[in-house]
Design a protein around this ligand. Structure first.
Ligand code: GUN
Ligand code: FE
Length: 431
């Protein structure tokens, strides 16, 4: 049985994964051996010692690592596809804050959040890093839903105590005490689901709030997520709020929120070289969200510059600024965006390759969770079984089949999902 300890699982099929940005490993009719939820290795021939194990044979199907979404706003799910003729700041005011305010009522969370978890499951997103809203009870409900689902997630109660409408503005003390309550209640509740500190972004967080959250990160070893340099209007606003600061990144850094614990910064469209170097030095992850950046006319993140400087880059759907839950659709948008950046940079910033975007949406983002996103030894067995027969001939290389699936496949081609060695079954769409 899959759930029992000390049992060896052997899966057979067409295996594809990326040990590094440049390297796509493909094994036709190969074997993945899993013991105690972790990968032992991938093999062209089943090693002698496993000959007696039962083999689950997936035939012509692809076996891929599960997808990792580093940036997703759960309370914006019902707003997908709305207000996307706007730029960031008016979109927040007119669409996002009013929708998020509805999560004050737990009953609204009970209507929407099961749909969110279901959509992630459906799209093969086995691990995700989630912004909830400012509301404590709805956030706890979402944490519990993820725990029940078997999917992996970081879920953060948003903090914001300035520059937003009264109906969503928090009292600073309450924001902090509720955050602490969630950390204490959820840090040891589940091996797969964890709370994360979530200051929304500099413009909506006072200095004392950021300082205190930085001390929570340090004292409780809690990971951190936020937004940075998504939109020019936002960057200008931050400059007005902190005229003395060197740049946007140094504000988070000053308050202990920039790699002091593992940190994700979403967007990174307008960061300076100095900021990119600080991210590399501090081990801050960039979540690249090309769909959202197109939708809100933000710009194109120069991903190549970040990779050249050694920043860990993962992918984010950024639902609801991003309209799609699918990480493959973000992978292909990232290739397209990088090609436009390549032209814009007079062909100096090389476009992203297939292996690079696949890496970002699996192992690159997966690193935030530990050994996740690959089939190398010791990695958690997070996997998708994909039947791509409907997409055309199977007489292609596995690299070509992967590329075709990412561009024209969808959730209908995913037959099974595994997280940490356990098959994850369809979660309920209603409470
Ligand atoms: N910056 C601050 N809040 C948000 C948000 O909800 N979405 C996006 N895309 N950017 C933000
Ligand atoms: Fe976002």
């Amino acid at each position: 049985m899959i759930n029992e300890h000390n049992l060896t699982q052997v899966y057979k099929g067409n295996i594809v994964y990326t040990p590094s940005l440049e390297e796509l490993t493909t094994i036709e009719n190969g074997y993945v051996v899993v013991e105690n939820h972790r990968v032992i290795g991938t093999f062209e021939q089943l090693p002698e010692e496993y000959r007696n194990c039962e083999v689950q044979d997936f035939g012509h199907r692809l076996i891929l690592p599960g997808f990792v979404d580093l940036h997703f706003h759960a309370p914006q799910f019902a707003n997908r596809g709305l207000g996307l003729d706007k730029e960031l700041l008016p979109w927040l005011e007119e669409y996002t804050f009013p929708e998020e305010s509805k999560f004050k009522d737990l009953s609204y969370a009970k209507e929407i959040y099961p749909q969110v978890v279901h959509a992630l499951w459906k799209n093969g997103t086995t691990r995700s890093v989630i912004f909830a809203s400012v509301h404590k009870d709805s956030t706890k409900y979402l944490l519990d839903l993820f725990i029940d689902s078997g999917l992996g997630a970081f879920v953060g109660k948003v903090n914001m105590d300035r520059n937003c409408p009264d109906f969503i503005l928090e009292d600073s003390e309450e924001s902090l005490s509720e955050t602490l309550e969630i950390i204490e209640e959820y840090s040891n509740k589940s091996p797969l689901v964890q709370p994360i500190l979530t200051p929304r972004f500099v413009p909506t967080c006072t200095t004392p709030l950021m300082e205190k959250l930085g001390s929570f990160a340090r004292d409780h070893k809690v990971f951190i997520q936020s937004h940075i340099s998504e939109n020019q209007g936002e960057v200008d606003w931050v400059k007005e709020l902190y005229p003395e600061s060197l740049d946007y990144a140094s504000i988070y850094h000053q308050y202990g929120l920039f790699g002091h614990q593992p940190t994700i910064m979403a967007h990174c469209v307008f960061n300076t070289d100095t900021e990119i170097e600080l991210m590399a030095k501090s081990g801050v992850y960039a979540a690249h969200c090309p769909n959202a950046n197109y939708n809100l006319a933000s710009g194109i993140m120069p991903v190549r510059s970040f990779l050249n400087k050694g920043v860990a880059v993962g992918l984010g759907t950024d639902v609801g600024a991003g309209h799609q839950v699918s990480i493959p659709k973000v992978m292909t948008a990232a290739v397209q965006a990088s090609k436009m950046k390549w032209l814009e940079s007079k062909k100096t910033l090389e476009p992203l390759k297939l292996s690079e975007v696949f890496f970002m949406g699996t192992k690159g983002g997966g690193k935030f969770f530990g050994k996740v996103g690959s089939f190398e030894p010791e990695y958690a067995f997070d996997a998708l079984i994909i039947d791509d027969r409907e997409l055309g001939t199977l007489d292609l290389t596995l690299t070509e089949r992967l590329e075709r699936y990412l561009y024209i496949g969808d959730d209908r081609h995913i037959e099974k999902r595994f997280v940490a060695g356990t098959e994850v079954l369809e979660p309920k769409k209603t409470p």
